[in-house]
Design a protein around this ligand. Structure first.
Ligand SMILES: Cc1cc2nc3c(=O)[nH]c(=O)nc-3n(C[C@H](O)[C@H](O)[C@H](O)COP(=O)(O)O)c2cc1C
Length: 435
C-alpha cells in the first residue's frame, strides 16, 4: 500500500486548523514547519508528500481563512529535499500556465538535488480565479488537454536530452561530457515547442515521475498515457473501483501494463483515542462554520433541520422522512451516521460534507477503511489529509501506520532511496519508447 501526505497550506485540511491551540498561527510562511511535517511523514515511511497548487492560491475568505496552497511548491520541496532522505517530493505543476522548458528544468533540478525523489503532478488547471492571475481565461478542455499531451511529451524529451552516460567529468582527460549524447530535441507542436537540450544530467532515478490528479475522461486518457500515479477523490468503494479500473484500462490502451499506474484516493483524518474525543476535536476546529453547514446537510438528507436543535439527534419522524440526495455521493454516509443517533452537531463533526471520506476516531478505524478499500481493488494507496498538521501527522504515524504494518499491508521500511524504487515504478529515461 502506498501512502502520501497532503501538504497544502501547511496548517492542515480543516479551515480552522490555523487557530487551533498549539498551532503556530504564523506557520503558513515557515519553511521549517514544512520540513518538520515532511520529516514526521518520513518517520512513518510515507512514500511521498504531495503539494497541490492552482498554481497560486485560489480565492479564499482571507479575513478568516488561510489560503489553501503553499507559498511556492518548488521552493518548499527544495527546502524539504535538503532535510529528508527517503520520502518522495511531489508538486503540482500546471501544463496550461507554464512553459515546458521552465518546468522541465525545475523538476529535474529538484530530482537531482533530492537524489531521485521528485514527482510532477501534471494538471491542466481548471479555475478562472487561477487563470486571472495570468491575465487569461481557462481555455477549452480540448485545448487544455491538447496542450497537456504535447507538454508532457516535450518535458520527458527534455529530461532525456542529456544522455544517461553522457557526463564524463574526467579531470585527467579534460572531457566534461559526450557532445553527441547531449542533443537538442527540436520539437514544435501545435501548442508548445522547444529546441533544448536541457543541461541537467540524470538523477539516481533517471527522471521525475509523472503524477496526475483528476477524474474526467480526458484525465483518464492523459494519465493512462503518461502517469505512474493518479491522485484521486472518491467517496465510495464502488466509485474508487470504477475510477481505478478506468485508469488501468487507459494505461493498457496506451500499450502499458495496468500495474504501471497506481490509483490513490484521498482520506481525511482526525485520529484520537475514541470517537467522542475525535468529534470534540472536530467541533473545536469547526467553530461557527460547522453550524453554517446545517443548510447543506438539509439538502443532503432532504428534510428540514432546525439550528435550535443542533445538540439533539434527528427525531424518528425526521429519520423516516430522510432520503439521501441522489446528487451527492456523500449523502448515504450522512444518512447512515444520522441513523446511528448522533446529534446534528456530531453528524456534521463526522465530516460528512468534506472533500474525501473522513475518519473521526481511533487509528484502527482508519486502518480498517484503508484495508477494505485496498483489498477490494479500489485503491493502490491513499493520500492523507490530517485535520491539523502540527499533531495530526504524528497521530497517523503513531496510531495508524503500526496497525497497517502489523497487518502486512504497509512496508516496514523504504525499499530504496528513490521515489521510483519506493513506488515500484519502472525505469524510464526520456520519453516512453512505446509512445
Ligand atoms: C484529487 C484531485 C486533486 C486535484 N488537484 C489539483 C491541483 O492541485 N491543482 C489543480 O489545478 N487542479 C487539481 N485538480 C483538478 C483536476 O486537475 C481537473 O482539472 C479537474 O478535475 C477538472 O477536470 P477537467 O480538467 O478534466 O475538466 C485535482 C482534482 C482531483 C480529483
Amino acid at each position: 500500500m502506498l501512502i502520501g501526505l497532503h501538504l497544502g497550506n501547511g496548517y492542515g485540511s480543516q479551515p480552522g486548523a490555523w487557530r487551533m491551540p498549539g498551532v503556530d498561527p504564523k506557520s503558513y510562511t515557515s519553511f521549517d514547519a514544512r520540513v518538520q511535517q515532511a520529516q514526521a511523514a518520513e518517520r512513518g515511511k510515507f512514500q511521498f508528500i504531495f503539494l497541490p497548487d492552482g498554481p497560486g492560491a485560489v480565492l479564499a475568505d482571507i479575513a478568516t481563512e488561510a489560503p489553501a496552497f503553499n507559498l511556492d511548491v518548488m521552493m518548499t520541496l527544495a527546502a524539504v529535499a535538503r532535510e529528508t532522505e527517503y520520502i518522495g517530493l511531489v508538486a503540482t505543476g500546471s501544463t496550461t500556465f507554464n512553459e515546458p522548458f521552465n518546468l522541465a528544468r525545475q523538476f529535474k533540478a529538484l530530482d537531482v538535488m533530492s537524489h531521485g525523489r521528485a514527482g510532477w503532478n501534471a494538471i491542466t488547471s481548471s479555475g478562472e480565479d487561477v487563470a486571472a492571475n495570468y491575465g487569461r481565461r481557462i481555455p477549452s478542455s480540448e485545448d487544455r488537454y491538447g496542450r497537456a499531451h504535447e507538454f508532457i511529451e516535450l518535458i520527458q524529451s527534455l529530461w532525456g536530452s542529456w544522455g544517461k552516460e553522457a557526463w564524463i567529468h574526467d579531470q585527467e582527460s579534460g572531457q566534461f561530457a559526450k557532445r553527441d549524447e547531449i542533443l537538442p530535441i527540436n520539437l514544435q507542436g501545435q501548442y508548445v515547442g522547444s529546441r533544448g537540450p536541457l543541461y541537467i544530467p540524470p538523477s539516481e532515478q533517471g527522471q521525475p515521475i509523472v503524477f496526475h490528479a483528476g477524474g474526467s475522461p480526458n484525465a483518464h486518457d492523459l494519465a493512462g498515457r503518461f502517469a505512474n500515479v493518479v491522485i484521486g477523490a472518491a467517496f465510495t468503494i464502488e466509485d474508487a473501483k470504477a475510477q481505478r479500473e478506468a485508469f488501468r484500462a487507459s494505461a493498457v490502451s496506451h500499450g502499458r501494463n495496468a500495474d504501471e499506474i497506481k490509483y490513490i484516493p484521498g482520506l481525511m483524518t482526525t485520529i484520537a483515542k475514541d470517537r467522542r474525543t475525535a468529534l470534540d476535536r472536530r467541533i473545536l476546529l469547526g467553530g461557527d462554520l460547522l453550524i453554517q453547514r446545517l443548510g447543506y446537510l438539509q439538502q443532503m438528507l432532504g428534510i428540514a433541520l432546525n439550528p435550535a436543535h443542533i445538540d439533539e439527534p434527528l427525531t424518528i419522524a425526521q429519520l423516516e422522512a430522510a432520503r439521501g440526495s441522489r446528487y451527492d455521493p456523500r449523502s448515504a454516509n450522512a444518512l447512515k451516521i444520522a441513523k446511528e443517533g448522533w446529534s446534528l452537531r456530531d453528524i456534521l463533526a463526522h465530516g460528512v460534507i468534506d472533500y474525501h471520506p473522513v475518519i473521526v476516531g481511533p487509528g484502527e478505524e482508519a486502518a480498517d477503511h484503508m484495508q477494505a478499500w485496498f483489498e477490494a481493488g479500489a485503491a493502490d494507496g491513499f493520500w492523507i489529509s490530517p485535520d491539523v498538521n502540527s499533531d495530526g501527522i504524528d497521530a497517523f504515524v503513531n496510531e495508524v501506520v503500526p496497525i497497517l504494518q502489523q497487518r502486512g499491508l504497509f512496508h516496514q521500511d523504504y525499499e530504496g532511496k528513490t521515489l521510483r524504487e519506493n513506488l515500484g515504478a519502472p525505469e524510464q529515461y526520456g520519453i516512453d519508447p512505446r509512445i
